[in-house]
Design a protein around this ligand. Sequence first.
Ligand SMILES: Nc1ncnc2c1ncn2[C@@H]1O[C@H](COP(=O)(O)OP(=O)(O)OP(=O)(O)O)[C@@H](O)[C@H]1O
Ligand SMILES: [Mg+2]
Length: 362
Amino acid sequence: MDAGIDVAGVKRSFGAVHAVREVTFTAAPGRVTGLVGPNGSGKTTLMLMLASLLQADAGRMSLGGVDPVADPAGVRRLLGWMPDSLGAWPSLTAREVLVATAQLYDLSRDAARARADELLALVDLSALAASPARVLSRGQKQRLALARALVHDPRVLLLDEPASGLDPQARIALRVLLRRLAAEGRTILISSHVLSELEEVVDDAVFLVDGRTVGGDRVAAATRRVRAWRVRVPADVARPMDAVRLDVAAALGRAGDEVGVDRRDVLVPFTDEAGAVAGLRALIGAGLPVVEFAPAVGDLEHAFLDLGAEPAGPASPEAVAPPASSPKPPRPTSPPEPAPPSSDVPPGQTPPANRPDDGSVA
Ligand SMILES: Nc1ncnc2c1ncn2[C@@H]1O[C@H](COP(=O)(O)OP(=O)(O)OP(=O)(O)O)[C@@H](O)[C@H]1O
Ligand SMILES: [Mg+2]
């Protein structure tokens, strides 16, 4: 692929720590690709290698057709990099940070000033333009880091945890901005372990577990597995939650212990969406006043929790589309593996997102 990100067989260790064991994926232009993995799974290490800031031990990478190892200056010209913390120049003002960065990318002083003001407005920091970067709050620093990544109008964006520390309004603004940047044809790779955050912005997802990308078939199998749905039927003094739970079970023809309760909601496992549709019809048909009916966790989270319970498999040659945000089914990209048994019903019994270490990772 010419304009996107293409990564094959990339590895990087720090002594005995295998931070990135085997990473293979592509991220397409015009799309937002989520890099999803628990703490320590290698997301930042991978992004540093893509940004030409860390050497890979093995493998091949290309961003917009440029190899960051062979041509780091070329990659930096086309790449916007937002690290997981703002870093440098705490005594410069927000505007000065952007002007200085723009000048490093060869903009004239006047053009750099104009660009800085444009970007400060874009990330809603104009009022703090003259404040030193060190006094900015965490969320304000994140916004400045995003503005800095956009200074030279890059075709490829690498954003490491861009939403961390942002308030809800700033998160929405970030989401809208990322969708717009992708619609303009840019390639965007965004890391996070906060899946609800990614759910609404990504087109494709690359799952990293213990430094390895997870095969598309395994992700597809994980997303297909039985999942819990949240059913809200108002309880009151006459019908407490436990009675409502039994009403729901009876309406669905299930045994009482197949249906759980999580605070105000009843949790019901369904194998697929068709089953959920039939279940909703049965509940309404039984006269239950259903006010809410939805999957208990988002699609990315569902896949991720399920993957977290399995051993890491072979590398995926391509990103897979998460089922929620893409009309297309996930693109299967490696030989199918047998599906392990269901593991997230009811959600109160979901496996932990972090797999236990295999002993070789500190
Ligand atoms: N410079 C380093 N020296 C030694 N070990 C490192 C170094 N950088 C990263 N590691 C280790 O490599 C592994 C992957 O770290 P990395 O920062 O890439 O994870 P991450 O997926 O970004 O995690 P998080 O979600 O917490 O940001 C971790 O076990 C980490 O301790
Ligand atoms: Mg990280």
